[in-house]
Write a protein that binds this ligand. Structure first.
Ligand SMILES: [Fe+2]
Length: 466
């Protein structure tokens, strides 16, 4: 066990956790919440319940869900911890038991060497809202109450840890996902039926364990990102971290027919890079096109001599399945992360992409939203919604207008925190024109710490939730 380091920058300011689980009705609104915007915005993020032990990383906190329910132009707020098995054990002990990812795994703990925090993302599929982590079983959550039902293992068919970014095909209703491990098999792929049955899993061969956060789908293909953030335990004996970026190792992109097997993966090699999140992928003739936020390198500890390390920008790779060639280009000079689209077009060519604009601050903050138009000549044109002042947002989710007739007809929803006023809010922006004033700002009754991924759950989905 390490020492208590409550001085971590990720335990201060608006990275610091909140401790109260509250319910609040009839929130104050600046502007007007559109009557058509009926449903729930829920965001996941790290929020340690007990004083962390050892060195604390932002990724280490217990999952906390912050939900805003919108109906008839009114808003209510509720926040709840994800009651994971590890957190329940810590609640029994009234103290932290597990350290975080900057400390060695605690192989002596019988319940597991690491704690599944369920703190990273959310996805709604086949009547279930699931919270997800980097490498663990999903937890099912009730709606609209945000209570934890417990681990969801697909009737015990799930045999490997799942990552945070499954994809739901908007036409077939299938959910595709993967999991990775630092011991063989390093990569596993899974397909869930539209009704929530885990149909099959398939180990995919890659040469060494890597941190693989996201992937992408098209109607016919699944795209895996085998990037050189490798896990080599032998590094520890040299006094280094086991997980490290290898800048002289290729980035490998694997393209698999959706229902194919390991033998059918086509691998393409490109220059070393790291990607946390994909925006989308699609098919164009013989090509599979991937758009994602690319960093030239990435180091978890932040100690890296590359000035571009850790700075994400939207980037396009075109993989030609008949010639085996790759073309790639930077799509935008603006550092941005949390890329999202209108998910009704997931896996298909999209005209628009949205992302949060990375602020030039030492800690990860986002000072606005951007919208890229991919159909413009040359590089995509960009619109910016700048927050101004010391106001920072998180991931923005696109919510389609129920009667929308264009891809961008709808709204972007994100939490914003004003560090000067110490006030959090839900920001609602018209996605057709980011340069307009916000449609509405919903003032929140308590601080919402900076966090990770969000989801929009429509009223129909809330009612269909098991
Ligand atoms: Fe993520």
């Amino acid at each position: 066990m390490g020492t208590v380091r409550a001085t971590s920058a990720f335990l201060r300011g608006n990275f610091a956790p909140v401790h109260d689980e509250i319910d609040s009705e009839r929130l104050s609104v600046i502007g007007e919440i559109p009557a058509e915007l009926t449903g729930m915005f829920v965001r996941n993020g790290p929020n340690p319940q007990f004083t962390p032990i050892g060195r604390y990383h932002w990724f280490d906190g217990d999952g906390m869900l912050h939900g805003i329910h919108l109906r008839d132009g009114c808003a209510s707020y509720r926040n709840r911890y994800v009651q994971t098995r590890g957190l329940l054990k810590e609640q029994d002990a009234q103290r932290a038991i597990w350290t975080g990812l900057l400390e060695p795994p605690q192989i002596e703990i019988p319940e597991g060497a690491t704690k599944n925090r369920a703190n990273t993302s959310l996805i709604w599929h086949s009547g279930r809202l699931l919270t997800l982590w980097e490498a663990g079983e999903p937890y099912a959550i009730t709606l609209p109450n945000l209570e934890t039902r417990g681990p969801h293992t697909f009737d015990n068919k799930l045999k490997f840890p799942v990552t945070a970014h499954p994809k739901v095909d908007p036409e077939t209703g299938e959910m595709l996902f993967f999991g990775y491990s630092f011991a063989p098999p390093y990569l596993q792929y899974g397909i869930v039926s539209p009704t929530g049955e885990l149909l099959r899993t398939e180990p995919i061969d890659i040469p060494v364990g890597v941190m693989m956060h996201d992937f992408a789908i098209t109607p016919r293909f699944t795209v895996f990102l085998d990037l050189p953030l490798t896990y080599r335990p032998e590094r520890v004996t040299q006094g280094k971290r086991a997980l490290a970026f290898e800048r002289d190792r290729a980035s490998r992109f694997g393209i698999l027919p959706r229902h194919g097997d390991n033998t059918q993966v086509r691998w393409f090699e490109a220059s070393a890079c790291y990607v946390f999140h994909t925006l989308n992928a699609y098919e164009a003739g013989d090509e599979v096109v991937l758009v994602a936020c690319r960093m030239s390198s990435y180091d978890l500890s932040g100690a890296n001599s590359d000035p571009e390390s850790g700075i994400p920008r939207l980037h396009e790779w075109r993989f030609n399945l008949s010639t085996g060639m790759i073309q790639e280009r930077r799509l935008s000079p603006i550092p941005a992360e949390f890329p999202r689209i209108n998910e009704q077009f997931m896996g298909r060519p999209v005209k628009y992409g949205f992302a949060s604009k990375t602020a030039a601050t030492r800690l990860p903050r986002f000072d606005g939203l951007i919208k890229l138009n991919f159909e413009s000549e040359g590089l995509p044109t960009t619109q910016v919604h700048a927050l101004g002042g010391r106001r920072y947002c998180g991931e923005a989710v696109f919510v389609p207008h129920p009667d929308g007739d264009t891809e961008d007809a709808g709204w972007l929803l994100t939490f914003v925190h004003d560090e000067q006023q110490n006030q959090s809010e839900l920001l609602i922006v018209d996605a057709r024109n980011l340069e307009c004033e916000p449609v509405a700002r919903v003032l929140l009754p308590q601080r919402v710490p900076y966090g990770f991924h969000a989801v929009w759950i429509s009223d129909a989905q809330i009612q269909a939730t098991l």
